[in-house]
Every structure is written in structure tokens, then in C-alpha cells.
Design a protein around this ligand. Structure first.
Ligand code: C2E
Ligand code: MG
Ligand code: MG
Ligand code: MG
Length: 280
């Protein structure tokens, strides 16, 4: 008995666990501070139609940390989810997205640009999520057709009834939906016909393997075919090479997003970049 307790005690004081707990507590404290000091910023990555016109952009969150510099969402979204800080952070992203959509609306060139926003599970499950989106769109006077929410398969399937009712309520308003990272999740396709998705987004792991791994190229073709059969749009993420772009175009993919066109950049850079594109 004593031996067991001793072992547990040793494990409790494991210095690496202690370090991890401290690092987490620090990060959480920093996240709270970041919210109150507006250290979050949206970057924009272009989405391009087959005919080379800009569809719009995906908004990708960045944290401008005073000491650590630009921090990737991969480093803080998970903790933000655990601590519920994702709720105010998500609201802040939605506000910034609507502010941007309103600005785009004021110029002929960008009037039709759509903006895609990533939504986390915790945020989507909040009882007032639909109302929050509605209120934010209303208060900015933004056309809901231009806002696209990106959901993942795991989020969608976690509580299918709640998903169906929220998606339909938002769709009714005009909000669009894209199924992010498609192909990596449960891939139980039966739910697709029940949900009002406007777009499938092919995960970049498959796009990366076009021309490298035949089975992944087949998956890409299959996803594109499925989207056509469901009569919804399909976009590929992580397009880095002309060969990938050509393959996607030849197989009927509607749009592309990736470093081949542009990295995620601050808004001024995004606007300057889009102005340099030829007019179609
Ligand atoms: P995601 O939604 O799948 O976003 C695509 C990720 O791929 C982005 O990483 C983007 O920078 C990266 N990417 C785009 N094109 C290429 C390419 O050609 N090559 C490669 N190697 N990568 C490319 P990022 O910005 O680090 O975001 C990571 C994830 O964090 C996102 O994955 C999304 O799940 C999450 N995220 C980002 N912003 C938000 C947000 O505002 N709210 C929530 N809840 N999650 C967010
Ligand atoms: Mg996304
Ligand atoms: Mg994605
Ligand atoms: Mg992805």
C-alpha cells in the first residue's frame, strides 16, 4: 500500500508534468490578457475560382503576442476550447469578419467577396450561437450571403440533431456553410444529404499527395464527383503547385486555396495582392 502511494506521489511531482501545467496556466493567463488588449488579428487567404477570379478569403486567426511574436492558432485554439475562452475569441473573430465584409461591400471590385470563418465545436454548441451570428450580422448591416461558416465533420456529427437545427436556422438567414478538412474525419457520407452544406473543402493532406500517392488522387477525384452529384461547390485547400492546380481544374474542382496563390496575409497585403490580379 505504502509503496503504491509512494509511486503515485512520485508521479504527482513529476517535473515534466509540473512544467506542462505551469506552461498551460501561463498560456491561459496570456490568452485572457490577449482578449482584453486586442492582440488577436485576422489574416486573409485568397480563394480562387477556376476562371482565376477571387471568390473571397478564409479568415485565419493570429495572435500578436508581445513577447512571442505571431502565434499560430494551432498553439492556442485547443486550450481556448478547454477553458471556454473560445467563446469570446470566436465572437471577436465574427465581429472582425463582419467589419471586413462591410468594408468590401463599399468597393465595386470586392463587393462580391465572401469571407469564410472557422467555427469551433464549443462555439457552435453554445445555446445562443444562431442568435449571436444573427445579431453580429445585423449590427454590421452585412449581407449574410457573404458569410461562410467552416465546420468540421467531427463537429457536425457530435450532436447531429443540434447541428441540423442550427444549420437550417442560419441557412434560412442566408449564411453559407463549408465542410472543412473533408475526408479526414468519419467520412460517413449519409449525413451529407441531411445538412445544408454549400461547399466541400478537400483537406490539404490529399491535395498534397496528388501526383505522389495514387489512392489520394483517387480520393480527390471522388470528393469532387460527390460534390457534383450533391450539386454543391468544391474547393481544395493547401494547393502549392501548378501540377496540383491543373489536376484539380481538369477534374472539375470549382475553386482553390493555397500558397500557390497566396499565404494568409494581413488585410492590406490581401487587398494589394487582389488588385494586382487581372480583371476577368
Ligand atoms: P484550417 O481551417 O484547415 O485552415 C487551413 C490551414 O492551412 C491554415 O493554417 C493555413 O495557413 C494553412 N494553409 C493554407 N494554404 C496552405 C498551403 O498551401 N500549404 C500548407 N502547408 N498550409 C496551408 P493556420 O492558419 O495555422 O490555421 C490552422 C487551423 O486553426 C485552421 O485549419 C483552423 O482549424 C484553426 N483556426 C484558424 N483560425 C481560426 C478561428 O478564427 N477560429 C477557430 N475556431 N479556429 C481557427
Ligand atoms: Mg478552415
Ligand atoms: Mg481546412
Ligand atoms: Mg485542414
Amino acid at each position: 500500500q505504502a509503496k503504491m502511494a509512494g509511486r503515485n506521489a512520485v508521479r504527482f511531482f513529476d517535473p515534466s508534468m509540473q512544467a506542462l501545467a505551469t506552461a498551460r496556466a501561463d498560456l491561459e493567463k496570456d490568452l485572457r490578457l490577449a482578449l482584453s488588449q486586442n492582440q488577436f488579428k485576422l489574416y486573409f487567404q485568397a480563394q480562387i475560382y477556376r476562371n482565376h477570379q477571387v471568390v473571397g478569403a478564409e479568415a485565419l486567426l493570429r495572435w500578436q503576442h508581445p513577447q512571442r511574436g505571431l502565434v499560430s492558432p494551432l498553439e492556442f485554439i485547443a486550450l481556448a476550447e478547454k477553458t471556454s475562452l473560445i467563446l469570446p475569441i470566436g465572437q471577436c473573430v465574427l465581429e472582425a469578419a463582419c467589419t471586413q465584409l462591410k468594408q468590401w461591400e463599399q468597393h465595386a471590385r470586392s463587393r462580391q467577396f465572401r469571407l469564410a470563418v472557422n467555427v469551433s465545436a464549443r462555439q457552435f454548441r453554445a445555446a445562443d450561437f444562431v442568435e449571436q451570428v444573427r445579431r453580429t450580422l445585423d449590427s454590421h448591416g452585412v449581407n449574410p450571403d457573404l458569410l461562410e461558416l467552416e465546420l468540421t465533420e467531427s463537429l457536425v456529427l457530435e450532436n447531429i440533431n443540434d447541428t441540423i437545427s442550427k444549420m437550417h436556422a442560419l441557412r434560412e438567414m442566408g449564411v453559407r456553410f463549408s465542410l472543412d478538412d473533408f475526408g479526414t474525419g468519419y467520412s460517413s457520407f449519409s449525413y451529407l444529404t441531411q445538412l445544408p452544406f454549400d461547399q466541400l473543402k478537400i483537406d490539404r493532406s490529399f491535395v498534397h499527395n496528388i501526383g505522389i500517392k495514387t489512392s489520394d488522387a483517387v480520393i480527390v477525384q471522388t470528393i469532387i464527383g460527390m460534390a457534383h452529384n450533391l450539386e454543391i461547390e468544391v474547393i481544395a485547400e493547401g494547393v502549392e503547385t501548378e501540377a496540383q492546380r491543373l489536376f484539380l481544374e481538369q477534374h472539375g474542382c470549382h475553386a482553390c486555396q493555397g500558397f500557390l496563390f497566396s499565404k494568409p496575409v494581413p488585410i492590406d497585403e490581401f487587398m494589394a495582392w487582389s488588385r494586382r490580379l487581372p480583371k476577368c
